[in-house]
Design a protein around this ligand. Structure first.
Ligand code: HEM
Ligand SMILES: [Cu+2]
Length: 578
């Protein structure tokens, strides 16, 4: 067992501890690689735990199965699902992404490795604590959920564990910051590569988010242990959403960084304009955290002016940045592939792409579905008026499953496959099974997210309750009209989980039983002609990106249609003019 584990962390390095990656050509130091593996593996364990609770939660909301009753601990299950999968799976992956984007891309060692390990230790301790305190809550009905709103009666240990986890993540991110500092020291005018730049902006947003989290959870903690005797719930909610929303922005930025990285390495994408992509990253810095007021739309205490400025002006700054990436990444793919002579008509560059490569397929589905399902729904529901039809309904759950559960998770799954091949140097035990992951997950989770939005918007089915079709506990209110949609939604959620199981089997199976990857395997991973093809030297700007332009127009049309539809539904709700 120990030998197998040790074997996983080994590779052939030269005396200085470096090796050259035969796929990316990057010079990789042992210290960086070992820690990427450590954080990546821990993330997958969190995904498994969160996934187990995805099953219990989904099997409850599909009321035909009705697994866990409201007062038998449904909130406990939902809390376990959310914390393990949204926080631990994502944040452990994100630290790994910082180490890829920093030391690996820059060809440096990871500095302060003991600090990195201490950060990992604190994060693990915090995560264990949170799991413990959620699971051992008596009664279960007061489990904190993701939001842990005060004045819920949650043990102080829960807030303390959350603080430990946040401090751990900060400590683990420090070696990344030091890497950037080492790179820039004495060389201030040189620019960072785009992937490193993206990782750096992710880091800054993470710091903002973590500061909010430290403030929120320590405020709740000192109240819980009696240092202050009352707590202002409005202020807690405002502080909480700095991390609650901010952590989603970390997910978004890390995912976009992965998009740039993987479309380049496995799809042959180029960066069409460094300036434009970098500007979009910088726009996030200014606007994205401002958008957090969309979580407080129905809270008292905030002025309407602030809400409108925040969600209908500042937020569009962030949405614009996302649109720029949504244009730049496919454009880079189109330009890069056309440069290699893989164009052919309007969409030849796309149809000829390596769709049978699970890493490419995961990345491209992540981009498309995140944009069409998660992005559009996010802008709609983030708007003051439309929010009234989405707020606290299952539609909200649909939105964030389209973003984090579908988009980000799929991109990170692709990245895990990539790390298994290029860093663990293992072939996947079954390419066919691996291919089931992007296609199966995109289809099942895509449909599930859409249906969640439907039941929420059309029937007003609420989130965070165990049974609504027969009745909402404690009321005679029936939502049985939504039942037929649940007959599709239920099986889709279970199917998505099954595909998740396939992902874990392929990932863990390949690590333990996969054959050693060689140069031929690497070639199969790369885009046609290799990463730096000879010939095809046509300037990027001479290439027409009309395929991407067409896709953007389609996106725009969908956006407008959805906008009109949502306003129409809102007028129906309020019976304007009736
Ligand atoms: C196949 C996989 C998944 C299924 C079937 C699933 C299912 C569900 C369902 C049905 C709910 C709503 C329960 C309710 O409001 O009563 C829920 C909540 C949630 N899920 Fe998932 N989920 C999956 C994967 C994920 C992933 C990958 C993430 C994040 C990366 C995620 C994050 C969340 C969060 C944050 C909540 C809200 C918890 C709260 O209200 O505090 N889920 N999930
Ligand atoms: Cu938000």
């Amino acid at each position: 067992m120990l030998a197998t584990l040790k074997g996983l962390f080994g590779n052939d390095y030269d005396e200085d501890g470096f090796r050259t990656c035969s796929v990316t050509g990057l010079r990789i130091h042992r210290s960086a690689e070992v820690h990427v593996k450590l954080f990546g593996l821990t993330a997958v364990i969190a995904l498994v735990i969160g996934g187990i609770f995805a099953l219990t939660v989904a099997a409850t909301r599909w009321e035909v199965l009705g697994l866990v009753g409201e007062f038998d601990g449904y909130y406990r299950h939902l809390s376990m699902h959310a914390w393990n999968i949204l926080i631990f799976w994502m944040v452990f992956m994100e630290i790994a992404i910082l180490y890829v984007g920093g030391p690996m891309v820059l060809g440096r060692r990871l500095p302060l490795t003991s600090v990195a390990k201490a950060g990992w230790g604190l994060m693990v301790a915090g995560a264990l604590g949170i799991n413990y305190f959620i699971w051992t809550l008596s009664g279960g009905s007061d489990a904190p959920l993701l939001t842990a709103y005060v004045p819920l009666d949650v043990p102080p240990g829960f807030y303390a564990s959350a603080l430990v986890f946040l401090v751990g993540a900060t400590v683990a991110a420090l070696p990344f910051l030091v890497t950037i500092w080492q790179e820039k020291r004495g060389n201030w005018s040189a620019t960072l590569p785009l992937v490193t730049f993206g990782a750096f902006v992710t880091f800054i947003i993470a710091v903002q988010a973590i500061l909010g989290g430290l403030a929120a959870f320590s405020y709740a903690l000192i109240w819980q242990i009696g240092i202050i005797d009352s707590i202002n719930t409005g202020i807690y909610r405002q502080l909480y959403w700095i991390i609650g929303h901010g952590s989603q922005q970390i997910n978004l930025l890390a995912m976009i960084t992965v998009w740039y990285f993987l479309t380049h390495v496995v799809g042959g994408a180029v960066v069409v304009s460094e300036k434009v992509s970098r500007t979009a990253f910088i726009m996030y810095l200014f606007f994205i955290n401002l958008g957090a007021a969309h979580h407080l739309m129905v809270d008292p205490g905030l002025s309407v002016g602030w809400r409108i400025f925040n969600t209908s002006y500042a937020f569009y700054g962030a949405a614009l940045a996302s649109m720029i990436h949504a244009f730049a990444i496919p454009a880079g793919l189109e330009a890069g592939r056309r440069q290699r002579g893989l164009g052919g008509g309007l969409f030849g560059w796309l149809t000829s792409a390596p769709w049978k490569n699970p890493i490419f397929a995961s990345t491209i589905f992540s981009i498309i579905l995140f944009g069409f399902l998660g992005g559009i729904s996010g802008v709609l529901m983030g708007q003051l008026q439309l929010n009234m039809t989405w707020h606290n309904t299952f539609a909200t759950v649909g939105h964030f499953h389209a973003t984090v559960a579908l988009g980000t998770t799929l991109a990170f799954m692709g990245l895990v496959f990539f790390v298994i091949k290029t860093m663990f140097r293992r072939n996947l035990i079954s390419d066919r099974l691996a291919l089931v992951v992007p296609y199966g997950y995109a289809a099942a989770m895509g449909l599930a997210s859409l249906l969640m939005m439907y039941v929420g918007i059309l029937y007003g089915v609420p989130r965070r309750t165990s049974e609504v079709v027969s009745n909402i506990p404690g009321s005679d209110f029936s939502l049985s009209a939504a039942e037929p949609l649940f007959l599709v939604l239920g099986p889709m959620t279970i199917l998505a989980i099954l595909v998740g199981v396939v992902f874990v089997l392929v990932a863990v199976g390949s690590l333990l039983l996969g054959s050693r990857a060689g140069e031929d395997d690497d070639e199969a991973l790369l885009p046609e002609g290799g990463l730096q093809p000879n010939g095809g030297t046509e300037s990027v700007h001479a290439i027409e990106m009309r395929g991407t332009f067409t896709l953007c127009l389609m996106f725009m049309a969908t956006f407008v249609l959805m906008y009109i539809l949502n306003w129409f539904l809102l007028t129906r709700l309020w019976s304007i003019g009736a």
